[in-house]
Design a protein around this ligand. Structure first.
Ligand SMILES: [Zn+2]
Length: 249
């Protein structure tokens, strides 16, 4: 029997029962286990973890837990310089890109609105999502902790918030600072937009739109035409708000 002490820090407390939050607790188990297996068994999905300290020294996921180990588990630091220690997580993809589970359609649209590459398919299975994340080096955003615990998922985040505009703030705060490029990506299919001459799309426009707007964009994937109408004003307000909130945690 191995008896260890565990404490998780910051947002990782969301994954443990209330009595284990913000305190060190005792845990006992039989047999051999890596620190990754122990941490995940206690509820914390590995993509959420950035740094593991055992008895005062940083270790990798594969560290074999010993009797009497004191284990501290940290999320990504945004303000502390921890370059000198072993981070268990490799740097996120650059430029940053996402794949979202089937429950996060609205968040996918918000991310695309911000110009971020966000793959979303209403009919994707968990296997497909994990595979896309691994193959394309994408950050898996999900409301499903078990999906996040899959071994092949390297970068991921359990989305805590339920309102989509709050979820956008949450993701920008977690992975920011991120360079945003509003109005560069199709909200429907995620492909890039290109500016097109008004004459090229005039036939597809309603009369009021044709009279009121001069600048138009077309999706390079699905050909949908965009212009900065009243809908756009509402969306940019959501985006501005999210960027402000994310910048001041
Ligand atoms: Zn499109």
């Amino acid at each position: 029997m191995k008896r260890i002490t565990v404490r998780v820090y910051g947002p990782l407390n969301d994954f443990v029962p209330p009595e284990r939050r913000h305190v060190a607790w005792a845990h006992a188990f039989e047999g051999a286990a890596s620190v990754k297996d122990v941490i995940e068994g206690l509820g914390v999905p590995h993509p959420e973890v950035d740094l593991i300290v055992v008895n005062g020294a940083s270790v990798g996921f594969e560290h074999a837990v010993q009797d009497a180990d004191r284990i501290a588990v940290f999320p990504r630091f945004q303000t502390l310089d921890v370059a000198a220690v072993t981070r268990v997580r490799q740097a996120p993809p650059d430029p940053i890109r996402f794949v979202l589970d089937v429950h996060l359609g609205k968040l996918a649209r918000h991310l695309r609105l911000a110009g971020l590459d966000a793959v979303y398919r209403r009919d994707a299975t968990d296997d497909e999502l994990a595979d896309i994340a691994r193959r394309e080096g994408r950050i898996l955003l999900t409301r499903d902790r078990e999906l996040l615990k899959r071994r092949i998922v390297v970068h991921g985040h359990f989305v805590r918030e339920t309102a989509s505009y709050r979820q956008l703030e949450e993701v920008l705060a977690r992975f920011g600072p991120v360079a945003l490029a509003p109005f560069s990506r199709c909200l429907r299919c995620n492909a890039l937009l290109r500016e097109v001459p008004k004459a090229a799309v005039a036939a597809q426009l309603g009369e009021r739109t044709r009279l009121a707007f001069e600048q138009f964009y077309a999706c390079s994937g699905c050909e949908r035409v965009y212009w900065k109408g009243s809908h756009w004003t509402g969306l940019t307000r959501i985006l501005d708000q999210a960027v402000r909130q994310a910048g001041s945690p």
